[in-house]
Design a protein around this ligand. Structure first.
Ligand SMILES: Nc1nc2c(ncn2[C@@H]2O[C@H](COP(=O)(O)OP(=O)(O)OP(=O)(O)O)[C@@H](O)[C@H]2O)c(=O)[nH]1
Ligand SMILES: [Mg+2]
Length: 447
């Protein structure tokens, strides 16, 4: 559903790749592209601009995450801000004492009746006993339509025969629910515009009498920003508990999904992705964000980096680098951090083979055993040796080799790599990760 947006965003990120450092100029160029992508994706202008302001602030103000390159850093900030925009996953609400009443409201043709069927199916699958009732007394055959829906999914239905007063119909359904131990009453309503006072008033009265736990606005994603606006109007008038976006299967832009909860003030609870009754999904912001960014691999890399990065240690390392105090001890800490990120093969696979990592062989085999060996060699040194490699003469090298079960040649290789890494990291200054990643590449060449 976000195909176009995803493609454009990826282009914007790509232009940041291979840059040594994130400058404001590059960032602004990327942000302009991101803005275009959002607007073309039919994201509400106000929402898009607020999002960009936040992204800019965070991208510039953020401490450099050592594990991430400039484009990955921007992806991370965009991901965080999109997640903040969409909020937390909102669960459907049930009454402490059943039956719960869920009112289904919205514009004409938005998918209310179909969604009522989908919800009944979802509830049944989650151990509930729903009963359906239609209060659409205006459109001929509307109630018959819901009867057919109930039949198709094998759900209970209250026909409400003998009256055409919505409130009477629902009261009958509540009685029936108590008799038949149904725990959720799904109230389908007639489509209406928020400016239709009489019909809006009908909903207010229903709300007052029924005390529903859910008033769900059914929004047709295909009408984009119009759906967003009417959700806001309904919310003002009725106090919605949630929004269900339908027809997302037919919407390649997805802007409504990104703006509707922010603009309307009501959380999206479900999305409809087709005409069938099982085409309903809970709305999970983090999944949506992953879909929008379409970068599963990089996102999981970012998550792993976040898990292991010890910010304090990173800052300390930066300070040392600036002062060229990077010792063998630090070298070992770096190795440990890299190893904490998980099986190295996986990490290397996730990295874009561009920029500083372009030199990594395609199927870089990073040998965990070799890394362990490096660590063993450094472990066999004395504190003094780890702090100042200059004291490690021939005799000491022999001792270290013996202590770590390696050869003098292995010890020499580690010292050489350490010195190379130190030089390189000095050159890159604060961009410590690059050094680390290169160190990684170099280590892979150990075997
Ligand atoms: N592709 C797709 N079509 C949907 C979805 N939800 C509903 N529809 C279709 O939208 C049309 C209108 O659906 P209804 O459920 O009758 O809409 P409604 O809001 O009850 O309409 P009124 O009662 O007349 O206001 C039907 O053709 C549905 O099959 C969806 O998620 N995806
Ligand atoms: Mg209907």
């Amino acid at each position: 559903m976000f195909e176009n947006l995803t493609e454009k965003l990826q282009r914007a990120f790509k232009n940041l790749r291979g840059r040594g450092k994130l400058t404001e100029e590059h960032l602004d160029a990327a942000l302009a592209e991101i803005r275009d992508a959002l607007l073309e994706g039919d994201v509400n202008v106000g929402v898009a601009d607020e999002l960009l302001t936040n992204i800019r602030k965070k991208a510039i103000g953020s401490e450099v995450m050592l594990q991430l390159s400039p484009d990955q850093q921007v992806v991370k900030v965009v991901r965080d801000e999109l997640a903040a925009l969409l909020g937390k996953h909102a669960k459907p609400l049930f009454a402490a004492k059943p039956p719960s009443v869920w009112m289904i409201v919205g514009l004409q043709g938005s998918g209310k009746t179909t969604t009522t069927g989908k919800l009944a199916k979802w509830l049944t699958q989650h151990g509930h006993r729903p009963i359906l009732v239609s209060t659409d007394v205006y459109r001929p055959a509307a109630r018959e339509q819901l009867t057919q829906v109930a039949k198709a999914i094998g759900a209970a239905l209250w026909p409400g025969a003998g009256t055409d007063k919505p409130i009477e119909i629902v009261k009958g359904a509540i009685k029936e629910a108590k008799l038949s131990a149904s725990d959720v009453i799904l109230v389908d309503t007639a489509g209406r515009l928020h400016i239709d006072d009489e019909l809006m008033n009908e909903l207010s009265v229903l709300k007052k009498e029924l005390q529903p736990t859910e008033i769900l606005f059914i929004a047709d994603a295909m009408i984009g920003q119009d759906a967003v606006r009417s959700a806001g109007e309904f919310h003002k008038r009725l106090g919605l508990t949630g929004v269900i976006l339908t027809k997302l299967d037919g919407d390649a832009r997805g802007g409504a999904a990104l703006s509707i909860s922010k603009v309307s003030g009501a959380p999206v609870k479900f999305v409809g992705l087709g005409e069938k009754y099982d085409a309903l999904e809970g709305f999970y912001p983090e999944r949506i964000v992953s879909r929008v960014l379409g970068m599963g691999d990089i996102l999981s890399l970012i998550e792993r980096a976040e898990q292991v990065v010890d910010r304090k240690a990173a800052e300390e390392l930066e300070r040392k680098l600036r002062k060229s105090e990077f010792t063998l001890e630090d070298f070992r800490d770096q190795l440990r951090q890299v190893r904490k990120m998980g099986p190295l093969e996986q990490i290397v696979d996730m990295l874009p083979k561009m920029g500083p990592l372009a030199n990594l062989p395609k199927n870089a085999s990073v040998d965990e055993k070799k890394l362990k060996q490096v660590e063993a060699i450094i472990n066999s040194m004395t504190d003094e040796e780890r702090r100042d490699h200059n004291v490690i003469d021939g005799r000491r090298r022999k001792r270290i080799a013996k202590g770590s079960g390696t050869t003098v040649q292995d010890v020499n290789t580690v010292l050489k790599q350490y010195l190379q890494m130190r030089t390189m990291m000095k050159q890159y200054g604060a961009m410590a990760l690059r050094g680390k990643m290169r160190g990684l590449g170099k280590l892979s060449g150990l075997s």
